[in-house]
Design a protein around this ligand. Structure first.
Ligand code: 4AD
Length: 459
């Protein structure tokens, strides 16, 4: 009965108000809702108190008025305290700003868990003045910040998009082991560990296992952790990273490039189709634009010429800088300079065999180079590495020999070439690097929940 005073109306209304997440609900006059969340910000204005509550689904401004703003709990309210609040959602007055243009007029609230205050207040432990190493030790708290949480929420959406795009392509997801006996990308970055009575390694890539699935499962993919004992601190190297890998059967090198371009663009489309995720990406990366298709295709030899023309030298330790020449590994800094100047995605192809992994086949028309590709993105550089795979048994055995790798431990891999071999290829995409590009983060470390890299294995 609208003629009764509001407090009595509420008492008489014995229906439990609907619990909503902070991004949901409509500001229909007279509708009460219940919300839960943590105090993201709070301020007093005259007699009233304004609280911005956060629950991982959105933010909501809550206004406490009258006696509600004068209680002991309100007067001593600390940031990050968790609360239950009931009230009516209304549009904010003309000229005022609040998330989604609305605010909750509270008529009841309860502190669920009071956050520490004083010296121990979260604002004293994590602030603009906190040094970098301490912030990293306090990752569990910095994750509550807007930037870190938006990156993590975008990460969830991107990972989901990879799954759904691969499903659109009828690819099957598998889960290869993390504990292995074989290297894929060179012995220098293998993490070894005692494994019962033998030594095992943490996997560098699931590629070889994916290859074994093709004969009976069709095209496959996985999203697993890969591990690299990288011994330098860079913006884009982690010791543990999320590796999106796929393997395709009966394809050509051109098919591989086309597939890769399709997957990357379709993943972006699917990710951006959710309005919240799209908004978070634009908050983090305001000038983000969908990449132009087709991606620029550039052969390794053309990249070497480009670097020479643009006076970007190779700088090797203990040596004077000199122009690049065919056969040089293009270092991270040079690669990034080139990608930033060209400023669009590049498929860099046909690398010399000497600087690539043992399993990459030679190009029929130019035996100096392999059917290999790196995808380079502005701001980050390489985010994908892929290639066709040697599918001839003798050629593969010769490659093991050349690289001085004992093929014995790879019997399960070389058997693929004995029992109905086929032309196939695949790639690995570093999820944190893809996110560093998409969310415009300076380093891949900020694209992981709890980054692991040289010198850091906590929290
Ligand atoms: O180029 P990489 O080493 O290729 C492979 O591992 C292949 N076996 C993958 C395959 O064909 N299935 O690594 C692939 C990608 C890189 O382009 C990069 O994005 C990422 O993995 N990556 C790293 N990301 C973060 N930290 C590291 N230390 C990384 N090493 C590689």
């Amino acid at each position: 009965d609208k003629s009764l005073p509001k407090a009595i109306r509420i008492k008489l209304d014995n229906t439990d108000p609907e619990t909503i997440k902070l991004g949901d609900g409509k500001d229909v006059k007279g509708t009460r809702v219940r919300i839960f969340g943590r105090v993201h910000r709070e301020r007093r204005q005259k007699e009233n108190m304004f609280i911005t509550l956060r629950d991982g689904y959105g933010f909501m401004q809550v206004i406490l008025t009258g006696q509600l703003a004068k209680t002991y709990d309100a007067l001593t309210l600390t940031r990050e305290s968790s609360m239950e609040i009931l009230g009516e959602l209304r549009a904010v007055p003309e000229g005022a700003h609040a998330p989604n243009g609305r605010e909750l007029h509270a008529d009841y609230y309860k502190i669920v868990g009071k956050a520490a205050g004083g010296d121990d207040a979260i604002t004293n432990r994590v602030s603009k003045d906190t040094d970098h190493a301490t912030l990293l030790d306090l990752r569990h708290l910095t994750l509550r910040g807007e930037t870190a949480s938006k990156v993590m929420i975008v990460r969830d959406a991107v990972e989901f998009a990879f799954n759904s795009v691969y499903k659109e392509l009828r690819m099957r997801k598998v889960s290869p082991p993390a504990l292995v006996q074989t290297q894929v990308e060179g012995g220098a970055t293998l993490f070894g560990l005692p494994y019962y009575n033998e030594t095992a390694y943490l996997t560098q890539s699931s590629q070889l296992y994916l290859e074994t699935c093709l004969p009976s499962m069709g095209d496959v993919f996985c999203i697993e952790k890969s591990f690299r004992a990288e011994k330098s601190l860079t913006r884009r190297h982690l010791a543990e990273y999320a590796h999106v890998e796929a393997e395709l059967d009966f394809i050509t090198f051109d098919d591989l490039l086309e597939h890769l371009e399709h997957v990357m663009c379709r993943v972006l489309e699917v990710t951006l189709s959710d309005p919240t995720t799209k908004q978070y990406i634009l908050d983090l990366h305001p000038e983000f634009k969908m990449p132009e298709r087709p991606f620029l295709r550039m052969r390794y030899s053309e990249a070497i010429d480009w670097l020479v023309e643009h006076n970007i030298d190779i700088e090797e330790e203990g040596e004077a800088p000199r122009p690049h020449k065919f056969g040089d590994d293009i270092a991270e800094a040079a690669e990034r300079k080139m990608t930033d100047i060209i400023n669009r995605p590049i498929f860099l192809t046909h690398f010399p065999a000497e600087i690539k992994a043992f399993y990459m086949p030679k190009d029929k028309d130019d035996p100096r180079v392999t059917e290999s590709v790196d995808c380079l993105m502005p701001g980050v550089g390489e985010i994908v590495g892929g290639s066709m795979r040697m599918w001839d048994y003798d050629e593969l055995m010769a490659a093991f020999d050349r690289e001085k790798i004992d093929p014995a431990a790879y019997y399960w891999y070389t058997d693929q070439r004995k029992y109905g071999t086929s032309p196939h290829g695949g790639y690995g995409l570093g999820l944190e690097r893809f996110l560093a590009w998409l969310c415009k983060q300076h380093t891949v470390r900020d694209c992981c929940l709890y980054p692991r890299y040289f010198g850091r294995c906590k929290p």
